[in-house]
Design a protein. Sequence first.
Length: 134
Amino acid sequence: MRLVLNVLWFVLAGFWMALGYAVAALIMVLPIVTIPFSIAALRIAGFCLWPFGRTVVPAADAGVLSGIGNVLWLLLAGWWLALGHLLTGLLLCLTIIGIPFGIANLKLVPISLLPLGRRVVPIGSAEDRAGVAF
């Protein structure tokens, strides 16, 4: 079932949102100091392509720099990526078939706003059971 959901997700929203994250990663790699943001954007792009069967958990080793980085990310790229998820989610919720995908898109808003200090893990993994599931 996850495969069917992921394929439908890819067609309806995943490809376009992952493309937005890839553009953000490309922009963030230009100044050397924002390369960690580029890595985070690519990690979320992979999660955006195939979200079903995976979840986001807090990273145990996240520190103060993750919080500072999240503030910078929010100002530089997070707000427009979150807006993309919000608009896509609302549009998908207009159809009955799109409602599950719209809800999944809305669940991606928090990680698009504050991605640093979080990990994408398979559902049912040890990290998923140890952390708070998203």
